[in-house]
Design a protein around this ligand. Sequence first.
Ligand code: PLP
Length: 450
Amino acid sequence: MIEEFVREKILNTYAKRTTKSKELWEAARKVIPGGAGSGFRYYEPYPIFLKRGSGSRVWDVDGNEYLDYCMSFGALIAGHAHPKIVEAVKEQLEKGSMYGIPHEKTAEYVKELLRRFTAMDMFRLTNSGTEGTMHALRLARAHTGKDKIVKIEGCYHGAHDYLLVSVFPPLSKAGPRWAPTLYVHGEGIPLLTVKNTLVAPYNDVEAMETLFRKHEGEIAALIMEPVPMNMGLVLPKQGYLKDIRKLTEEYNILLIFDEVKTGIRIAPGGACEYYGVDPDIVVLGKAIAGGFSAGAFGGKEDIFSNIYPLGHAVHAGTYNANPVAVTAGLTCLKHVMTTHAQSQMNDLGEDLASGVKAAVEDTGFEAQVPHIGPSGTVYFTDVEVVDYRTASTYDKKKNWEFWFSLLNHGVLTPPGLLEGGEQWLVSAAHQKETIEKALVITESALREIK
Ligand SMILES: Cc1ncc(COP(=O)(O)O)c(C=O)c1O
């Protein structure tokens, strides 16, 4: 119950500001589980309902304005309703929203992805990150002829069965840190489906090698978020990603970087570029499509030669590479996420993170504020966060109070900020003034929850 975590005064303010949201939610929950279109959008006592978004701001149905630092969990890197994207999509819509037959913009778009992810030779498009990781696994299995997959505890790769394990495992059921017990996330996933999924801790090369040795010759791939952004934001230790790359090569295991969150965001070429590590397969989503629904998975030609019609692994989908999403993505990458926009976004991200750190110190909180590029998060803990176990030491009460207090003062961050393991995003639409305002509000929120 949220009342256990958030004091009455803060919840009362929330209730007073959001009466229409509550009404809509009461009606929606009769026909939609939790009244929300995705599990991660629901939170207690009820979620706000939004009506409009423009640039870096959104408005809810009660007329409250928010500075948006959730940005649709990272999909809105260009901001809301960017005029260039709106214009291009309108133009495309008049020519048809779907063809189900190849069109010329797809290769143009893929070339933009290849320009950023230089180690890849080819991409196929999907409609979401979930589809991207699912197809990446199939491709890795087809290429290697092996079945087992390793994932990292605390990483999330979408809602398909194979990887919906050890995402937010309760610590009482998670086993030892260095050899986590596989924990199936939620019900409805047959154990048989995940019997080939193995789990390893983040930032621990030795534990990874132990697992690789134990299953030598059986593992097709290691899939990981190079910078985990579903347990807050955990930075890799110096050299960790390079060591993991070396290890996967030694054991003949494919390395898949799930860059659904880090891709485009932390550098134009994501973590591959930022850390100078080339995986065998990369999965993209969110930011690549300018606020529309598209994902992608890319790899070397020899790996992609397993996909039909070059090979026999199936990748298909009615909505794949639909011209609307491709147009939005192409416009976003070519005309919005320019070098200038990317560096401005990163500079503002630095300003925001250092301002949040200063506010945390000034108000006397014990907290960690890791950040990279335009994203960061606050863990209310005095423990250095290096993996899922250390990320789990945060103070839940402070976390939720901080989130509601920010919201009540007009700053929207991903619900619970850390509860779903999230982080803020400064988009290309944010400006100096948006950051300064957010910092004033952050300090007020911290004082309120003290
Ligand atoms: C790292 C990562 N991979 C995959 C996904 C799944 O993407 P989607 O929600 O588009 O299916 C997510 C979603 O948050 C993600 O954060």
